[in-house]
Design a protein around this ligand. Structure first.
Ligand code: HEM
Length: 447
């Protein structure tokens, strides 16, 4: 006999947002793929009080933009500018511009060199940038041909990270600084130790401090030399800069040089690797377009800075009590602006988890410090905004795009060295600040 019973009406279970355990930030899952956690933060905890790390994490695009531009209530420095503090004595770079908050001293330090990285000054430096890129390409081309001849590999293969990205931007910035070309191998080691020391703590911090001490010692005679007879280079500008008749002391000069070497070397290297990773593995279809029209590398750069930016977080401190999304953040609280989360905000970008060099809701082309564009589109957050907006933003784009074009000309048939790849990750668990592929093997030439 057929049953006449009807099923009881079932209502869909309410969606309960999964909470956030602050230890997730320190886990391997987050190191490999932070974006699911970013989405949960944006959707349910846009001003997240992370008690475990004693900080507030801000993840929505509009909030990140507003805080970058709010100098009154958010300062970069934890210190009050007039306090009796020894700036930078315990930091990996020594005293440097990142230690300064929003005050006039920061603007002065910035202006000592900022004009060198943009406009005509940058254009004048392009031949050097091109020469350095050509030298590195020549070097790996020779090496890969030798490897094939010696039977070490069947096909020409390079590790783009170690054989190009880690070599090129640091040599560009060391040329600009006026450091001796003969010591470039040493600068390659130092900048990596400095950046790891800044970002990853523990043993990395100790190695970073060692690199800083070695570099400080190395710089002594050079600084004396430039003070006595200045040249046309950044070290001479830094040594000779004056504010109200006062010059930087020798540790401040050294700190500035260390910071520029690391900032100029590190981030652009990761940018190039991220661009190549996404072309080779994420969008091989769009890579074909880029091969046909190399000017599209400029779009690849911009979309990479949105989709998988090199720098994921920037810190700020509240200068007063601030209310945000119904939470009261106290004065002097540590704020983490999540550039990586803001860049994937579905309130701003359609289909944000798709890498697409043709998207119509992103401002392509040169970034503006104000973040406001005449085309009405949203800019990526990858260079920050406002007073501390990246000083090397034009140089990074020029360097990265130029190098990618030259790399593609040298390896027109480039393809992934391995079928699978672990992707763009943070190198160390517990630190999501910088992200790039650890290795990136590229195959080229006849098989
Ligand atoms: C793709 C490459 C790069 C990325 C992703 C990047 C990212 C950033 C970000 C996010 C900031 C903002 C810091 C803040 O708000 O507190 C910044 C500042 C800065 N960047 Fe870059 N950067 C890049 C390339 C460069 C290069 C090539 C240089 C130097 C030659 C450089 C030098 C600096 C300096 C000195 C600051 C501090 C500016 C200030 O405090 O006023 N950067 N960068």
């Amino acid at each position: 006999m057929a049953s006449t019973m009807t099923r009881p009406e079932t209502k869909p279970a309410p969606v309960v947002p999964r909470g956030v355990d602050p230890r997730e930030f320190d886990g391997d899952e987050f190191r490999q793929d932070p974006f699911p956690l970013y989405k949960r933060l944006r959707d349910y905890y846009p001003a997240y009080h992370d008690l475990f790390h004693n900080r507030w994490v801000i993840s929505r695009y509009e909030d990140v933009v507003a805080i970058f531009q709010d100098n009154e209530r958010f300062d970069r420095a934890v210190y009050k500018p007039d306090g009796p503090y020894q700036f930078g004595t315990e930091s990996v770079f020594g005293p440097n511009i990142l230690e300064y908050g929003n005050g006039p001293r920061h603007r002065w330090i910035r202006n000592v060199v900022a004009d060198q990285f943009v406009g005509n000054r940058l254009q004048a430096f392009l031949p050097v940038i091109e020469r350095v890129a050509a030298e590195q390409i020549e070097r790996f081309s020779r090496q890969s041909a030798q490897d094939v001849d010696a039977g070490l590999t069947a096909v020409k293969t390079i590790n783009l990270v170690t054989q190009f990205s880690n070599q090129y931007p640091v040599r560009v910035i060391s040329n600009m600084l006026g450091l001796p070309r003969s010591d470039e191998e040493q600068f390659v080691d130092w900048y990596q130790a400095l950046i790891a020391g800044l970002g990853f703590g523990g043993e990395f911090f100790l190695r970073g401090m060692q690199a800083r001490n070695d570099m400080f010692e190395y710089l002594d005679p050079l600084i004396r030399e430039r003070a006595a007879s200045p040249k046309e280079d950044l070290i001479s500008r830094i040594v000779g800069a004056e504010l109200d008749g006062e010059r930087m002391n020798v540790d401040q000069v050294k700190g500035f040089i260390c910071l520029l070497l690391a900032a100029g070397g590190d981030t652009t290297d990761k940018a190039i690797s991220n661009m190549w990773y996404h072309m080779l593995y994420t969008r091989p279809d769009q890579f074909e377009d880029v091969k046909r029209d190399p000017d599209l590398w400029d779009r690849v750069f911009t979309e990479m800075m949105r989709f998988d930016p090199v720098v994921h977080t920037q810190g700020r401190h509240t200068t007063c009590e601030v209310e945000l999304h119904g939470k009261v953040i106290p004065e002097r609280a540590s704020i983490i602006l999540s550039l990586g989360a803001g860049n994937r905000d579905e309130r701003v970008f359609k289909d944000p988890d798709t890498f697409d060099i043709y998207r119509d809701d992103l401002h392509f082309g040169r970034e503006l410090r104000s973040g406001r564009y005449a085309d009405g589109k949203a800019g990526h957050l990858g260079f920050g905004m406002g007073q501390h907006f990246c000083m090397g933003y034009q140089m990074a784009r020029q360097e990265a795009v130029l190098a990618c074009k030259m790399l593609m000309a040298a390896m027109p048939d480039s393809r992934p060295g391995f079928a699978t790849h672990e992707g763009v990750t943070s190198p160390v668990t517990g630190s999501g600040g910088f992200r790039s592929p650890r290795e990136l093997f590229v195959e080229f030439g006849p098989r």
